[in-house]
Design a protein around this ligand. Structure first.
Ligand code: ATP
Ligand code: MG
Length: 777
């Protein structure tokens, strides 16, 4: 084949070129973030094709996400100037293994049309097995067993190879073997099996392995630092003959240890592939010097690393910005304003950015809600990547279904969702009876359920359970009604009189809590001992907290529908919200990193762990976060954040302290107003009180904050008060407050327990203090 032009080589530096042009034998490209590893890998594919070394179907290329795989394929086409017809073996480990297993599943007892079970199916299956074994599922939950089995699969251990007899109360191995048999009988497998089966097949069938080794002439792996043992074994088997294996990675970005990734695979590479050419890249093309120095400063805190130098020829750019907020809602509001200002080109010294250029990267997915809610409110288009939007999560959908049935008893879909969640013993037969009853009488499912109970149609456990649920729904419905009819007369004095005699029995926030408690839904997750359960409980708390921003449940439900509809116009530019884990390999001109607080980032779990490995993984995640930014990186933290429903004083993350001070600019909201030159004289109402609240806060006395203040050469203000926002019950002039009927307002005068409040929409009212709350915003 005649040699084609190779213009893409001119875009590379010498080291990258070496990695691309060394086509025979093993190559390990080990380099820091943004040094062009993925770019070199992509050029290498183009070069292999262009030089006729391999046809598209002879290249096996694995990347970390489907998105990355798609992009890589597109980029190869761009580099070559023609679209690449079919690269069937370019994908994620899982997607490539599925293809292999569909062809050879018979070698492990699977037909080619096997099903891949999702987590819910897996749990259901394991539950059955645990029960059949006579084990108490409450003490030994199926989710825990699923975790144990998954960890074994990640290490390529079949039941016969597991040596840990103690796991899962001594039943682990036995149940694992039973589970694998059941899967086979069902012609099914789980995600972990995709690799495990292929490793087993290749190990037991050398002839087949040989075919594949001949077939895949070149193997390439991106994000190599995050491969687990099973993936590594699969690669080693496939590359063992020709050894044309090129792996690229960065030990400092290994962030999936918790899912079985072993950074040791990088170190093993040179042993397993002797004579490997090791290419080091040191020039970063992505970020400004300040961003790079900040990231390098943080990662230097890890002891367990190979260590490398990074430099960049980019102009100096902006300092990394650091800002502390009073609470997480202030944080969301401030970021929303910054994004709007930047998108409008209203930040002096900074160019105008598109919403597409900006990303918010969070440590924990429950942080997303505050941003989603805020952006909905101000009409800022956003997308959530790598997971459902907050309200689409399982637990949020369940809770919302409860609220919907209470507020809209005709909502049959919601009713179906909750009737047996948590499990009440209402099986498919009972549900069918209820549906028939509803249809025959032309009523809603809820009313159908009531009739089915009255007519004695339901039997056994279902009968009592449905009767109780219907009664509960009625009771919650009555409470919700009362709220809406909560009296408030226009005459000022009359309001004061009337509040004493007609108190609102319960706020809509309390009602929501009550619904989730009394229905047994919260308890269901409290009893769930799996790793996901705490996160789900946290999300439920977060959901209830979000209710506070609406006048009643109706308003909230309306907002939810809006949020689910937010993606209507996919083509419009949007801000990206995603987790730090999901952001690996990506880059954005502007990055916001909120929630840098001890206990959130680093996570509480990593801090509780003995040894340093958890913390070091968190630090690598911080490094990944900062290095996603090209031009502007803003780190923030809040001094107050509810943790498991309780407001807590938060300390700035230790990682904040690790950023070298020469590269950081400590901002206050006031400073931003001034700094960017006369956009406004400061912040709006919500923010003008920020400074005073911040000055009052204990956090000003915290060592972390003092250090920050010292850096900024600011005199620390110190006037300690308690920070428990939830407990504040007295008001002073100027406080923002919320009243269930009149909405938000500001305290104008205080007379004993009577307040005169200027409401934003309802005008001036005199009210008893116990009937208003401090405004959530
Ligand atoms: P990460 O570790 O975050 O995955 P990476 O090492 O894979 O980073 P790339 O994403 O390949 O880095 O490259 C970072 C940026 O630098 C991209 O925008 C890329 O186009 C650009 N880049 C890479 N190499 C060069 C080069 N030689 N000249 C100019 N720009 C380059
Ligand atoms: Mg990359």
């Amino acid at each position: 084949m005649a040699a084609r032009p190779t213009p893409y080589l001119d875009q590379l530096n010498d080291a990258q070129r070496e990695a691309v042009e060394t086509m025979d034998g093993p190559v390990l490209m080990l380099a820091g973030a943004g040094t062009g590893k993925t770019k070199a890998l992509t050029c290498r594919i183009a070069h292999l094709l262009n030089t006729g070394r391999a046809r598209p179907n002879e290249i096996l290329a694995v990347t970390f996400t489907n998105k990355a795989a798609r992009e890589m394929k597109e980029r190869v086409g761009d580099l070559m100037g023609t679209s690449v017809a079919g690269m069937p073996w370019l994908g994620t480990f899982h997607s490539v293994c599925v293809k292999q297993l569909r062809r050879h599943g018979d070698l492990v007892g699977l037909k080619s049309n096997f099903t891949i079970l999702d987590t819910d199916d897996v749990i259901r299956l394991l539950k059955q097995l645990i029960k059949a074994e006579g084990i108490d599922e409450k003490r030994w939950p199926a989710r825990q067993l699923a975790g144990v089995i998954d960890a074994w699969k990640n290490r390529a251990l079949t039941p016969a190879k597991v040596t840990d007899d103690e796991a899962f109360n001594g039943y682990g191995v036995k149940l694992y073997a039973q589970y694998q048999n059941r899967l086979k009988a069902l012609n099914a497998c789980d995600f972990g099996d995709l690799l495990l089966h292929m490793v087993t097949i290749f190990q037991n069938h050398p002839d087949l392995l040989e075919q594949y080794q001949r077939w895949y002439k070149y193997i390439l792996v991106d994000e190599y630092q995050d491969t687990n043992v099973a993936q590594y074994m699969w690669l080693r088997l496939l590359g063992a003959a020709h050894k044309n294996v090129c792996c690229v990675g960065d030990d400092d970005q290994s962030i999936y240890g918790w899912r079985g990734a072993e950074v040791g695979n990088i170190l093993r590479f040179e042993k397993d592939f002797p004579g490997a050419k090791v290419v080091r890249l040191e020039q970063n093309y992505r970020s400004t010097p300040h961003i790079l120095a900040a990231a390098s400063g943080v990662i230097a805190g890890n002891s367990n690393r190979l260590g490398k130098d990074l430099w960049t020829a980019e102009p100096e750019g902006e300092l990394v910005r650091l800002i502390g907020h009073h609470d997480y809602e202030d944080e969301a509001r401030w970021i929303g304003e910054e994004i709007e200002a930047m998108a409008g080109g209203a930040r002096a010294r900074l160019r105008k950015f598109s919403l597409e250029d900006m990303a918010i990267l969070v440590r924990a997915s429950h942080q997303m809600r505050a941003f989603e809610d805020r952006f909905l409110k101000i009409g800022l288009a956003y997308r959530v990547i790598g997971g459902p939007k907050f309200y689409e999560r399982l637990e949020c959908r369940d809770a919302i279904a409860y609220f919907r049935v209470v507020m809209q008893p005709e909502d049959d879909l919601a009713f179906e969702r909750i009737i047996n969640t948590p499990k009440r013993g209402v099986g498919p037969k009972a549900l069918l009876d209820i549906q028939t009853m509803a249809r025959t009488n032309g009523v809603s499912l809820k009313e159908g359920a009531r009739l089915a109970v009255q007519e004695g149609l339901l039997k056994g456990k279902a009968k009592g359970a449905v009767a109780e649920l219907v009664a509960q729904l009625d009771a919650w419905g009555n409470l919700a009604e009362q709220q809406i009819r909560y009296p408030g007369l226009d005459d000022d004095e009359a309001v004061v009189e009337s509040v004493d005699c007609v108190p609102a029995e319960i706020t809509h926030v309390e009602l929501a809590e009550r619904i989730l408690d009394e229905s047994g839904y919260t308890t269901m997750w409290q009893n769930d001992k799996t790793p996901e359960a705490p996160g789900r409980l946290e999300n439920l708390k977060e959901l209830v907290k979000g209710l506070d921003e609406h006048d009643n449940l109706h308003g909230f439900l309306e907002n939810v529908s809006l949020s689910l509809d937010n993606d209507a116009n996919e083509a419009d530019p949007k801000v990206t919200i995603m987790t730090l884990h999901g952001a690996k390999g990506l880059e954005f001109p502007v990055v916001f990193l909120p929630g840098w607080e001890e206990g959130l980032f680093p996570s509480q779990r990593s801090m509780d762990e003995s040894g340093l490995s958890g913390l070091e993984e968190e630090r690598r995640l911080a490094y990944v976060g900062i290095t996603r930014a090209e031009e502007l990186c803003t780190i923030s933290f809040a001094s107050n954040r509810p943790v498991f429903g309780q407001w807590q004083t938060q300390m700035p993350s230790r990682f904040v302290d690790e950023i070298p001070s020469d590269h950081i600019d400590v901002l206050t909201p006031q400073a931003v107003g001034g700094r960017y030159g006369g956009q406004r004289g400061g912040f709006d109402d919500g923010f003008s009180s920020f400074e005073s609240r911040m000055a009052d806060a204990d956090v000003y006395n915290s060592p972390g904050w003092r250090r920050l203040q010292d850096r900024a050469n600011r005199a620390p203000a110190a006037k300690p008060v308690t920070l428990n926002m939830a407990a504040v019950s007295s008001f002073t002039i100027g406080d923002r407050v919320f009243h269930i009927k009149f909405g938000y307002g500001e305290v104008m005068s205080v007379d004993g327990d009577k307040l005169t409040i200027e409401f934003d929409h309802a005008g001036s009212k005199k009210l008893v203090a116990s009937f208003v709350k401090p405004a959530a915003q």
